[in-house]
Design a protein around this ligand. Structure first.
Ligand SMILES: NC(=O)c1ccc[n+]([C@@H]2O[C@H](COP(=O)([O-])OP(=O)(O)OC[C@H]3O[C@@H](n4cnc5c(N)ncnc54)[C@H](OP(=O)(O)O)[C@@H]3O)[C@@H](O)[C@H]2O)c1
Length: 287
């Protein structure tokens, strides 16, 4: 049997980069950048997917600038919402399974405890609303999909919190970091291995799953660990979100319950600080 054909959209992005490393060479992977396939162009989507005929289509493309989405709601809704419907329709024609990445920002953050897949979404930002629209478009048009909701992602090839904190810590003696938003950091490598599991298990479909690394922390706690591991001497100061007014509201608690994904995949999810340690090693920050 020939290896599974996988098509990845949003190549060059943070998650897509990790996906390419984990899926090659076991699968026949085609990864298309925005230049090669703009997912908001329905004709191009139908043509590309029609020609490639992948077994699995992984949508790692998104408009991820959370604050800018407030000003650019049309763009956010087109890329994160309507375009997901185009991908789903194209995949339906060729019979591909769609694995789509969504976000904790579909929740309002008011829950006391981690969100399960059954909790009712109630996004408080334009980005969150556009991502929820994407989930709904996928469910509307596809009968072979998996939605993975994740959060606080970092990895190679991306502008991310870990790299930003290290850079700022090297420039400043003191850093103020928000201590009233809680979640779980996610290393792209770990999420990519779960995506791989769903690509390999065709029988598992039409479900939403949560995924992040284990353990719940605030951005302040996350920053403190990053700086400690990097060996940079900076004072990290906890502050409330009110100290950093931003265009988009963020949920106060968006921790995700991972009972379902663990039960189905049997993957042993590692704690966020172990994954962070490996990322720091992989990127040469720790020897
Ligand atoms: N990063 C996080 O903390 C986080 C948290 C929860 C969920 N997620 C979700 O995880 C997924 C991957 O995120 P990521 O952090 O890897 O994002 P990323 O690094 O911003 O990558 C997204 C990629 O999509 C591309 N793209 C944008 N518009 C496109 C279009 N119209 N057609 C095709 N490609 C397009 C971008 O290209 P350009 O850069 O050239 O525009 C970029 O390469 C997304 O669905 C995101 O919503 C991310």
């Amino acid at each position: 049997m020939s290896p599974t054909k996988i098509l990845i959209t949003g190549a060059g992005g943070m998650l897509a980069t990790a996906l390419e490393s984990i899926l090659n060479p076991s699968f026949r992977v085609t990864a298309l950048t925005e230049k090669q396939l703009d997912i908001t162009d329905k004709d191009a989507v139908m043509k590309s997917i029609g020609e490639a005929k992948p077994d699995v289509l992984i949508n790692a493309a998104a408009y991820t600038a959370v604050d800018r989405c407030e000003q650019e709601q049309d763009t956010a809704n087109r890329v994160n919402g309507t375009a997901v419907g185009y991908l789903a329709q194209a995949a339906q024609v060729t019979g591909a399974k769609v694995i789509h990445i969504s976000t904790d920002y579909v929740f309002d953050g008011a829950k006391d405890g981690p969100y399960t897949e059954e909790d009712k979404p109630n996004p408080v930002s334009a980005y969150g609303r556009s991502k929820l629209l994407g989930e709904r478009e996928l469910i509307r048009f596809s009968d072979n999909y998996i939605i993975l909701r994740t959060q606080w992602m970092y990895g190679e090839q991306g502008k991310n919190f870990v790299d930003t904190i290290i850079q700022l810590a090297q420039q400043k003696d003191e850093l103020k970091v928000v201590d009233d938003q809680y979640g779980s950091p996610t290393y792209t490598k770990d999420l990519a291995s779960v995506v791989r599991w769903f690509a390999e298990h065709g029988e598992m479909k039409n479900r939403v799953f949560n995924f992040s690394n284990e353990g719940i922390v605030s951005w302040f706690g996350f920053a403190r660990e990053i700086v400690k591991l990097a060996g940079v001497k900076t004072n990290i100061i906890p502050v409330d979100s009110a100290a950093f007014p931003r265009p988009a509201r963020r949920p106060h608690n968006s921790a995700l319950d991972k009972t379902a994904v663990k039960r189905i995949t049997k993957i042993d999810i590692r704690p966020w600080y172990d994954a962070l340690y490996e990322y720091m090693k992989d990127t040469g920050r720790i020897r």
